[in-house]
Ligand binder design. Sequence first.
Ligand code: SAH
Ligand code: SF4
Ligand code: F3S
Length: 442
Amino acid sequence: MSNKVYIETYGCQMNLADTEVVMGILKSKGYELTKKIDAADVVFVNTCSVRDNAEQRIHGRLGNIGTLKQKNPNLVIGVLGCMAERLRDELITKKKMVDIVVGPDEYRKLPELINNAVAGEKGIGVKLSRTETYEDIEPYREEGLAAWISVMRGCDKFCTYCVVPFTRGRERSSKLESVVEEVKRLSERGFREVTLLGQNVNSYSDGENDFSDLLEACAKVDNKLRIRFMTSHPQDLSDKLLHTISEYSNICNYIHLPVQAGSDRVLKEMNRTYTIEHYLGIIERARKIIKGVTFSTDIISGFPTETEEEHKMTLDVMAKVRYDGAFMFKYSPREGTRAFKMEDDIPEDVKSRRLTEIIDQQLQIAYEINQKLIGTEDVVLIESLSKKSDQFYSGRTDTNKIVILPIGNNVEIGDLVKVKIHKGTSATLFGDFVEIVDAYKR
Ligand code: SAH
Ligand code: SF4
Ligand code: F3S
């Protein structure tokens, strides 16, 4: 039997969560996960379409994977995720080595499509659904400290640059009870952190409960289990949600709130549905209601027709908010979106220069924020050994800051530890041990 599956995942956390759903579906049919691509009978690539460079990278990777068929002609190769949805049968007709193409809402068909592929029949499943949430599927998760749960799927916002509403379809939410059950199972298995995921997680609605109801119910499961969430859209960020975050100590004081651009005119062209005034109002209220809250954002530089002055307005809003972190991108035209019909009129060198200015300013701000934290104390969840040295641990604060701490003092991975910060760069804090707040499984 062809039963060893290897999956490579690109794109956002929603895709990482989907990979676990795919493995959950396949495990129940007797498939095994392998981490060695050479040992696999089935290779899946879970793909992302959000920007052209993401797709190009994956095309390159698919080329490499295709060569494995020379050694193993029976190998089944499948493309999953957003590129499958966007490019559909083109992937099979143009890339002979691809056997299966399956979009985000048709993963239940995978066992059947694999069987067909083994029998020599190529297969495709790219229908989008208005109801599929996979809430009855137990995702396959390895043991660990941090887990994520997709609580809503799809996006109804249709920002004019964005391909996601086309690759992931309409918004739909899992029932609160099913999410809470999953959080309970994760807590019992010893997980220390759960991230609730959705493209617009705060527009979650299961008909009876909104996102703050869901967050509250999850926080109540286990007060030692940290709850994170992303991504929030400024349009749906209610004061009720801000109060819920502040009321529960295990709901993390960190909000990823993409602003995208600093000018109301560009925001309107992007169909972002808020003004900068409204956005800054949310930040101000959040800072009042949630003590010590931190923010991160997404920025798109060089959207069609963006003037130099409007670019400066993006720098300006970033300087006003003073984000702790930011994901910053050059605009990439995506076929099928409304912005695709606009001319991509900002020359590449201008886009690059604007992006560099944005990144440089952000690094400076993050550096300054982190300098101010020197001498303060915070609680860190120890996640792993530091990538750079096995003499140090790496952990994260409730506010999503990475902290490096020397090993020792009986600290183990999974512990919650109070640390005193003694150094900071734009991306990382360095701390000294103060005390163990909560030991893990000891
Ligand atoms: N739903 C989330 C994230 C969507 S994708 C949100 O609304 O914030 C993640 C980020 O990719 C977006 O926030 C946006 O900044 C960026 N992005 C999306 N489409 C893009 C495009 N065509 N070109 C450049 N960046 C893009
Ligand atoms: Fe894309 Fe906008 Fe939806 Fe985010 S809110 S996924 S940027 S369309
Ligand atoms: Fe990419 Fe699809 Fe996520 S386009 S960012 S994998 S929703």
